[in-house]
Design a binder for this molecule. Structure first.
Ligand code: DCP
Ligand code: MG
Length: 438
């Protein structure tokens, strides 16, 4: 725990839903639910308007529909979330070089490494307010909640206190007063199992926990965990803000309209993507040691698996082989919606192969044909472009008809038009793919 409140935590409000409301003006101020829209779908997040009806992250979409039938139910647009996240992280790095992203919408910033005259409460509060305004600006209108305190623990607790669109500074010395009435699950590392064990010992609040001796806690939870909780109950947290080393990567991914289940098709897609990754690596004179696959399952769960090679490669067959091996270890029997291959840990040179030439492939590249049901699977929320009417998004589809609302972040709420699902003038819209960070 520091003597000054110099750890800042920022978390965007209703992140995916806020991006959707930004890009779909007709949904601003309305209930929006983002997640799996199919029968087995799960809610990723809900706008604050939808939360007043009791819709929550991780709830089944079926339950969300019954609680808030008039909400817009949208599938996710990860390209937009990634681009927005990059803009936010860049804004944070303008303040301090020490930024530790925790997820797409959340990061710690070490204000001790910022160029500030002092770290008094009023000074850091002003930084927090400026940062919130800057995030609003660079994201085209998203709001963020900020917490500032003497440790990561306190900063993170604080950012949640006045959500959404809030700022809370916990002054040095005010930590325990803040924590004492809170439930023990506020402490990082106290999950349901630990909370249950504590409950059985009569420990509910942080104040209860504080009154328990170290020996007692170690007896209850073991040395490491017990010792950690004893310290955190007293707001003692010395974890440093650790900026991620920038890990550049080259990746290719594809999203599919239907759940792909055929293992040969999936392996074929990975092989083709590995070839595209290798081509880009060579074009940029790069090679990397870590091969990653990304798999989004039917229920919206996204899995990343990676393997690190002994030396950097830009060799398509090698990348493909590793990617297929990684995929074989996952259960994809219920279907895959997104598949991607990336190479990271990049070096701008390729290791000479000291053990002779690499074989230029054992298995010939398989022909892959993704069963395209584009014509019948316009997912609600997805970006489209019409030959005459320009850009818009899928409002809904069924019975051979797809309805599109023509609007973007830069336009007012736009008109709705319906088309035959096979209309050749209508196409899915995606931003150009590039070499991307992380
Ligand atoms: N997310 C998800 N599945 C979950 C939880 C979150 O896909 N079970 C995604 C959607 C969220 C984003 O991660 O928009 C950020 O998660 P947060 O927990 O920060 O939630 P929000 O930003 O949506 O809301 P809040 O205003 O509470 O921060
Ligand atoms: Mg958030």
């Amino acid at each position: 725990m520091r003597q000054v409140a110099s750890v800042l935590h920022l978390d965007l409000d209703a992140f995916f839903a806020a991006v959707e409301q930004r890009d779909k003006p007709s949904l601003r101020g309305k209930p929006v639910v983002v997640g799996g829209v199919g029968g087995r779908g799960v809610v990723s997040t809900a706008s604050y308007e939808a939360r007043t009806y009791g819709v929550r992250s991780a709830m089944s979409t079926r339950e969300a529909r019954s609680r808030c039938p008039h909400a817009a139910f949208l599938t996710g647009r990860f390209h937009a979330y990634h681009a927005t996240s990059r803009a936010v992280m860049a804004a944070l790095r303008e303040v301090s070089p020490l930024v530790e992203p925790l997820s797409l919408d959340e990061a710690f910033v070490d204000l001790a490494a910022a160029d500030l005259p002092d770290l008094e409460v009023e000074t850091v509060r002003a930084v927090g307010e400026r940062l919130r305004a800057r995030v609003h600006e660079v994201t085209g209108g998203l709001t963020a909640s900020v917490g500032i305190g003497t440790s990561k623990f306190i900063a993170k607790v604080a950012s949640d206190l006045d959500k959404p669109d809030g700022l809370v500074v916990v002054p040095p010395g005010g930590e325990q007063q803040l924590l004492r009435p809170m439930h023990v699950t506020i402490i990082p590392g106290v999950g349901p199992a630990t909370a249950e064990r504590l409950r059985r010992a009569g420990i509910h609040t942080v104040a209860d926990l504080e009154s328990v001796t170290l020996d007692e806690l170690v007896r209850l939870l073991g040395r490491a965990h017990g010792g950690g909780l004893h310290a955190l109950a007293r707001a003692r947290d010395d974890r440093a803000v650790e900026p991620e080393r920038e890990t550049k990567s080259v990746s290719v991914e594809g999203t599919y309209d239907t759940d792909l289940t055929d293992p040969r098709l999936l392996a074929g897609l990975l092989t083709r993507q590995a070839g595209q990754v290798a081509e880009r690596l060579r074009k940029h004179g790069l090679s990397g040691r870590t091969v990653t696959i990304k798999v989004r399952l039917h229920d919206f769960t996204t899995l990343n698996r990676s393997a690190t090679l002994g030396s950097p490669t830009d060799h398509a067959p090698t990348i493909g082989r590793v990617a297929r091996t990684l995929l074989a270890e996952l259960d994809t029997s219920d279907g895959v919606r997104l598949l991607g291959v990336g190479v990271s840990g990049l070096a701008d040179w390729v290791q000479e192969d000291l053990f002779g030439t690499e074989e230029d492939d054992e298995d010939p590249e398989p022909e892959v044909e993704v069963p395209s049901s584009r014509r019948s699977a316009w997912a609600p929320g997805m970006d489209v472009v019409h030959a005459d009417l320009g850009r818009g998004w899928v409002w809904g589809s069924g019975r051979g008809v797809v309805t599109v609302r023509f609007e973007t972040a830069e336009t007012p709420a736009g008109p709705v038009r319906s088309f035959d699902v096979t209309d050749p003038d209508l196409a899915a819209w995606l931003p150009d793919e590039e070499v991307n960070d992380g």
